[in-house]
Design a protein around this ligand. Sequence first.
Ligand code: HEC
Length: 169
Amino acid sequence: MKKYILIFSSLLLTFALFQSCSKDEDTKTEDEKLVAEATASGLTGWVRTPTVTAPDPVSIHGNFRIWFNSIAFNALDGSGNLPVGKSFPTGSLIVKTIYAVPTGPVTSYVVMKKDPGNVNVNGGYIWADFNKDGTINHSITEKGVNGGCVSCHYGVTPNRDLCLAFDRH
Ligand code: HEC
């Protein structure tokens, strides 16, 4: 009898482990996937924010640095700018790390990802704002509206695909 209980409990454990692993992959929300992508190592720091930089007066973000994945990085010219009138290719990820205290740790992230096929797309990008611990301030599903993202990032000249840092830093 004891033996059967043992077999049964190990089967149960295997099943539970299997379930939790596949759950991680399948049920991650889009926000969680973007958080994982934006906090992964391997992004390239923008050449003009090698250290924490004070924001432009129109920004609400605070002290920051900017990071690009390789798709976005390859679209930049020799001065680190996206040329005027050009667009970032699909899959481009731009991450702005925010620091409440310039010498302190990252406190939050604002993210733009070029994903024209996404249901939550606005201006070609999905938009999100989340804290260091992964909790969401502004979900992708808000489409950049509630956080004021698109109202600030839209309609600025010169047009660098809704990005504001290139002409301000
Ligand atoms: C009040 C204006 C304002 C609002 C609202 C705003 N941004 Fe920005 N954002 C800026 C400015 C200005 C910059 C350029 C860097 C700086 O000086 O802070 C910037 C830079 C960025 C960048 C780096 C790429 C770039 O544009 O140069 C990302 C990513 C970003 N913002 C995401 C967001 C997201 C996501 C939201 C909404 C949750 C948002 N922003 C809301 C003004 C704003």
